[in-house]
Design a protein around this ligand. Sequence first.
Ligand code: ZN
Length: 285
Amino acid sequence: MKLIRFGKQGEEKPGIQLDNGNLIDVSSKFHDYDEKFFSSGGIEILKEWLNENQESAPKLDDSARLGPPIARPSKIICIGLNFKDHAEESGFETPEEPVIFGKATSALSGPNDNIVIPKGSEQTDWEVELAVIIGKRASYVEESEALNHVAGFALHNDVSERSFQKDRGGQWIKGKSADTFAPLGPFMATVDEIDDLHNMNMWLKVNGEQMQDGNTSNLIFGVQHVISYLSQFMSLLPGDVISTGTPAGVGMGMKPEKYLKPGDVVELGIDHLGSSKQNVVAYER
Ligand code: ZN
């Protein structure tokens, strides 16, 4: 299944993207794709409900705004430097253990919403990433059990302000957390939709020019390892988002460095997880 959320920002309702591409509204039966939904077997209940009701559920028209495909989670945890080529372009050694950082959950936005360059920013950058959405509480889980704790996967742009991230002291979260810095979706694909998690092409273009061209086969720490690893330090709750890292081709790695400016258009995609498109705009109060 492909879970979507639609409607005005902050008022999104749950829906489904059917295999034929049609979008339907399931809000008559389901409140939202949130922690409670995932922890109470929502995915199974939804699957059964669709068997009976998908023909009669209201259809959305193509102009409906998509929100992030899950409700605001308890946390977004990102893995840094998880591709060798990206670690190199960033001037770091390949990490021996996963590098992790947080991203404010208020950064979440819809897949095709604008990216707003924050006040005072001169180094807003892009990062196409595979995001994992947790389905079942995970605490001290083994790698072999990790996928049993996953609800699904989504396309994520881990938008980053490099100066805030690196030049302002402290931790990377400063450069990762501005509003609109986490466009997620278009949909969350449930685990059964993905045949080979570690063989998915991922790409990103700016103004039509290809910047990133990677594959999840090159992740240093794979999805199961990352979930198991994080669960040694914190409980991962249903609905939580883990973003697994970006391949080479970010603006910071270019010579000269290249950053987003108002009017730019960012497009990205991952096999089986769809594509998204964000227009870049300046901050206005
Ligand atoms: Zn990232």
